[in-house]
Design a protein around this ligand. Structure first.
Ligand code: SF4
Length: 269
């Protein structure tokens, strides 16, 4: 806040980590701006929790995925246009690059990369899979809104322990990335563990989304296919399988559109 003359905002997802982040930052600046990415495929519990937080006095502005031409990007439109977010960002990026490469050299590079790093993914090259969903539904609209509101830095609630990429990034840059990359970022929870998050929630009696009481470990988007395999390994059930139990209407919608893709890619649902 000092570095950027308070022109900062919290990137707020309605999940437990960003709720803890919000609680910490609001203790210093109660009216801080929260930008909430409403992707259109949020769990109903996330939307109602965000509304509750707003009613508790948090300064939350929803950001919807609207194109420059004014049309709205829905999850279904993103999948039809670019491909489904499936497996992991790295695999989906490799498959998209392979499928849409402009030159044979790029195509071959994508093939080599997948063969070297994720050989199993070579079986899914024919399917409509891509990593562009987050860019269209979250990142680009958030960036536009942050610019429009003249903010200079985002405060985000990522933990280094969440993934190898985040850990490497934290070791390389630390918690504050100021004036080094295109966007300034403050990541004060980087060195927290998930246990720390739960301890803080319990200690300070922080309200969190009802979703966690239904067995979900994360909020995020209902139909997101990133990280499903790890969920099954860790918890014996993935978020699609859980969706069938907790949100049958949304599950039926998802299956009616993309069951054949899940089947072809060996995704349990
Ligand atoms: S979390 Fe998944 S579904 Fe949501 S915007 Fe990102 S890629 Fe798309």
């Amino acid at each position: 806040m000092e570095t950027f003359d308070e022109q900062v905002y919290i990137s707020f997802s309605g999940g437990k980590d960003s709720t803890v982040l919000s609680s910490l930052v609001c203790s210093l600046k109660p009216d801080i701006l929260h930008l909430f990415s409403d992707t259109g495929c949020e769990y109903p519990e996330t939307l109602s929790f965000v509304e509750e937080e707003r009613q508790r006095g948090k300064n939350i502005v929803p950001v919807r995925p609207v194109c420059r031409d004014g049309s709205v990007w829905t999850f279904e439109r993103v999948v039809a246009t670019y491909g489904y977010p499936l497996f992991s960002k790295a695999i989906a990026n490799g498959i998209r690059t392979y499928r849409h490469a402009k030159t044979p050299v790029t195509k071959q590079h994508a093939l080599d990369y997948l063969g070297r790093m994720y050989p199993k993914a070579l079986s899914y090259l024919d399917y409509n899979i891509s990593d562009l969903c987050c860019e269209k539904l979250k990142k680009a609209p958030l960036k536009r809104m942050a610019k429009r509101m003249q903010t200079q830095c985002s405060i985000i609630g990522t933990l280094a322990e969440e993934s190898r990429v985040r850990k490497r990034d934290w070791i390389a840059y630390g918690s504050n990335i100021f004036f080094q990359k295109k966007d300034n970022q403050c990541r004060p929870l980087s060195f927290w563990t998930e246990r720390d998050i739960w301890d803080y929630i319990e200690l300070y009696k922080i309200p969190i989304s009802d979703l966690y009481g239904q067995g979900y470990q994360r909020n995020g988007c209902m139909f997101c296919g990133f990280g499903l395999c790890a969920e099954r390994r860790k918890f014996g059930i993935n978020r699609f399988e859980r969706l069938s139990l907790t949100h049958p209407k949304e599950y039926d919608y998802m299956v009616s559109r993309w069951a054949s893709l899940f089947k072809a890619c060996g995704i349990p649902y």
